[in-house]
Design a protein around this ligand. Structure first.
Ligand code: FAD
Length: 450
């Protein structure tokens, strides 16, 4: 049996501009690419119809097919990494393992377990930065330590980006100046270093207990025009003014370097959103307690009401607040919700209904195609006031003024709440002024107790 290197795909599902894959292919041994459908994650999903699992499956099938056209293949396994890895080491003569880093607490624990297993077998485990432009230690305060406030973070982020320029030959053969950190990894040049093999088997969705869905996945590409005008259109939920690339960033079906480079050329506001993504990733990496608790500990003392019946109304989009209901119904129907409306619905749940942000976070995690632990957690803690950049807790979004500002013609609302304005539409479940005062009192008492 020939020695191989294994490249382990996780949230970097592409055969171009992939840091870890590039390094694996440049190594001394033919590369066997691997993906594991991880039961530690899949077993927690509630519905057999999960568009994200289906998307992963379709993407892998496509990658496998293109590898097979060149006499290579992709190994896809279903199970628990702690069982699959020892089995792989028996099945193959593994010289080295390569992968890209993942900053979520579960992923870090899993990777540590695999690293130890490989260490014991004398096999090196090489991991690379690929998912973000900068990891925590690359964007640090002048006085040391990582940033916990976005604006100064983004300033330093841009400085670091621009401080190291390099040149590269673009696909048209032209020499171009580019930040060193945005240079693509030319995987294609080493594609012949994949292991030559017969097509390998792959589990079907049904083998893993899942079924196809009818949820549509937004395309991987987005027009330059949209990015150019992003700053003018991004806040209006009724128009298609944002990229909808979230799911592709989540699973790495597009390269963050390529999109950040485009953003840098076309629209600074769009670039800023990509910086928010790095920002929250480094917060989760450096402050993993946020996955369970408030970033600011004293906010754990807020006395949540946690009323189950209220929560159900919010989930189903039956609160009697049309902008909230439209958002929740868009989420339930499509797996997507516009950013402005994510902020409004999250604020409504935590402040108007005084329901723990973790309940809302978990619901979004279940439903969002682009669910990403770091950004979702960041967004929820921002809305609840407990997070990094949080607005002061006494700033409570007024759903009516938000609607007047961002959906003044009720276009978005009418799309998702067709019965709005008829007697079939419910009365508001709480009165705004009362809810606001109740929220202020609860937060105040919680913070005083802390
Ligand atoms: P665009 O507006 O086109 O932005 C491009 C990309 O930039 C996004 O795809 C995303 O990768 C990144 N981005 C944009 N805004 C943010 C932000 N505020 N924070 C971090 N990254 C950002 N984003 C997720 O990717 N996953 C989540 O699970 C998630 N949950 C959220 C929950 C709440 C309560 C809030 C307020 C925000 C959440 N966001 C989340 C951030 C943001 O709403 C989404 O990234 C955005 O709406 C996705 O749509 P888009 O791809 O059209 O984004």
């Amino acid at each position: 049996m020939a020695k191989v290197s294994i490249f382990w795909f996780r949230r970097d599902l592409r055969l171009h501009d992939n840091a870890g894959l590039y390094h694996a292919l440049r190594g001394a041994h033919p590369v066997l690419p691997l993906f594991i459908f991880d039961r530690e994650i899949l077993d927690d999903l509630e519905s057999p119809k999960d568009a994200r699992v289906e998307f992963l499956h379709d993407t892998l099938a496509g990658m496998k097919e293109s590898l097979e056209q060149e006499g290579h293949s992709l190994l896809v396994r279903y199970g628990f990494p702690k069982e699959i890895w020892p089995a792989l080491l028996k099945e193959f003569d593994v010289a080295a393992v390569y992968t890209n880093r993942d900053y979520e607490p579960y992923a870090k624990k899993r990777d540590q377990m695999v690293r130890e297993l490989l260490d014991n077998a004398g096999i090196p485990f090489h991991d690379f930065k690929d998912h973000v432009i900068f990891e925590a230690e690359e964007v640090q305060k002048k006085t040391g330590g990582n940033y916990t406030v976005f604006t100064p973070y983004s300033r330093t982020w841009k400085e670091v980006l621009n401080n190291r320029m390099d040149s590269f030959t673009n696909p048209d053969g032209e020499q171009q100046e580019i930040s060193y950190y945005l240079k693509p990894y030319p995987v294609e040049a080493y594609a012949s270093h994949f292991l030559e093999t017969e097509p390998l088997p792959m589990p079907t969705l049904e083998d893993m207990g899942f079924e196809p869905t009818d949820i549509e996945i937004p395309p991987k590409s987005v027009s330059r025009g949209l990015i150019r005008t992003y700053d003018e259109t991004r806040d209006i939920p009724a128009i298609n003014g944002t990229s909808r690339l979230g799911i592709h960033f989540r699973f790495g079906t597009i390269s963050i370097r390529e999109k950040a480079w485009r953003a840098k050329q076309l629209n600074d506001t769009f670039l800023n959103e990509l910086i928010w993504r790095d920002f929250y990733a480094q917060i989760l990496d450096e402050h993993p307690h946020v996955a369970e608790r408030s970033f600011r500990p004293k906010y754990d003392y807020v006395p949540w009401r946690n009323d189950e019946a209220d929560f159900k109304k919010w989930c189903e989009g039956k609160t009697g607040y049309p902008i909230v209901d439209a958002g929740m119904r868009e989420l339930n129907a499509t797996g997507y919700m516009h950013n402005r409306v994510r902020m409004i619905t999250a604020s409504f749940l935590t402040k108007h209904l005084l329901i723990d942000w973790r309940w809302g976070e978990a619901y979004f995690a279940k439903k969002l195609l682009d669910f990403d632990l770091s950004s979702n957690n960041g967004g929820w803690q921002w809305a609840a006031g407990s997070g990094t950049d949080a607005a002061p807790y006494f700033r409570v979004f007024n759903p009516y003024s938000q609607q007047k500002k961002f959906d003044k013609d009720f276009k978005y609302i009418k799309k998702w709440v067709p019965e709005f304005g008829t007697d079939r539409y419910p009365e508001p479940m709480v009165e705004h002024k009362m809810a606001r005062e109740r929220c202020l009192e609860a937060y105040k008492s919680g913070l005083e107790k802390a």
